[in-house]
Design a protein around this ligand. Structure first.
Ligand code: PMM
Length: 276
């Protein structure tokens, strides 16, 4: 897809142009700093960079569309000018449209097309690949929606509903990427169950994106007594998940610190060639 390598799992680096993202909020709020950070992510091994202007951490309050545009567009332009492949992390069709016009090549919609009724039509019209993440509710209330009868079955069924809606709107099925949405309407234990069953999501026969990077469930697992492991010390655990996700057949992992993940995906690809 999009001239990106297809012989191994890809690594997507994260640039959050937000004051409040859980692991790096406020660090890349200024456009030049964010652009420089995106360039660094690529030099550390990211294949593409995901630019987002709206935090989706649990409890986050939404910002307005103009503010989101003000944050992401200059950063997307700057990265594209450097020849970097960019995805835009947005739930708004209007932001997705302007981002694609600014040179972004993938829409990463954490709401799976559910937050904005115009998103599927936009993806259909532009022909842009779109990430549909499993999502039930906005971040302010998402952790009140963690009930599942059968976790993996329910998530896959809800993802398939969104795939069908996208195809119905005219999106090419080959351009639909799925993501089980770790941490979104899921408890820590549920995230581990999802990771243990990535085969079920790969079996949906769409490229699979896995985004575990620095999330709270890693902080809990690696905690020292009552203290969560701080976000900036969750990258080794993240890289371990990259290895397992790549081995399970993920198309891409989304990470804040790409170096170890970039090595891991190459190790997994080499082993895969040996096994064939
Ligand atoms: N998680 C975050 C943001 N964007 N996009 C996708 N596709 N999947 C995710 O799980 C996801 C995402 C959480 O916030 P962060 O940018 O601080 O990691």
């Amino acid at each position: 897809m999009l001239g990106l390598p297809d012989d191994r799992c890809l690594v997507m680096g994260v640039v959050n142009v937000t004051p409040d993202s859980f692991s790096d909020g406020g660090r890349w709020l200024d456009a030049d700093t964010a652009i420089r950070h995106g360039i660094d992510l690529v030099s550390e091994g990211a294949d593409l960079v995901d630019v987002g202007g709206e935090s989706t951490r649990p409890g986050a309050i939404r910002i307005d569309g103009d503010e989101e545009l003000r944050r992401v567009i200059p950063v997307i332009r700057g990265l594209v000018a450097e020849g970097i492949a960019v995805s835009v992390d947005t739930m708004r069709a209007s932001t997705a449209r302007e981002s694609l016009e600014a040179g972004a090549s993938i829409v990463n919609d954490v709401s799976g097309g559910r937050a904005d009724p115009d998103m599927m039509a936009l993806a259909a019209q532009t022909g842009s690949p779109i990430v549909l993440m499993h999502w039930r509710e906005h971040s302010a209330v998402m952790q009140q929606h963690t009930h599942y009868d059968d976790l993996v079955e329910d998530i896959t069924r809800e993802l398939v509903v969104q795939v069908n809606a996208a195809v119905h709107a005219g999106v090419d099925p080959e351009r639909i990427i799925l993501d089980p949405g770790l941490g979104f309407s899921k408890t820590g234990d549920q995230n581990w169950t999802v990771l243990a069953r990535l085969d079920a999501f790969v079996a949906l026969r769409h490229p699979l994106l896995v985004a575990a990077s620095r999330k709270r469930f890693l902080g809990e697992l690696l905690s020292d007594g009552d203290e969560l492991r701080p976000t900036d010390r969750r990258d080794d655990g993240t890289a371990a998940i990259t290895t397992l996700a790549a081995r399970a057949g993920a198309w891409c992992v989304r990470v804040h610190d790409p170096a170890a993940s970039a090595d891991a995906v190459r190790v997994v690809a080499r082993l895969g060639r040996e096994a064939r």
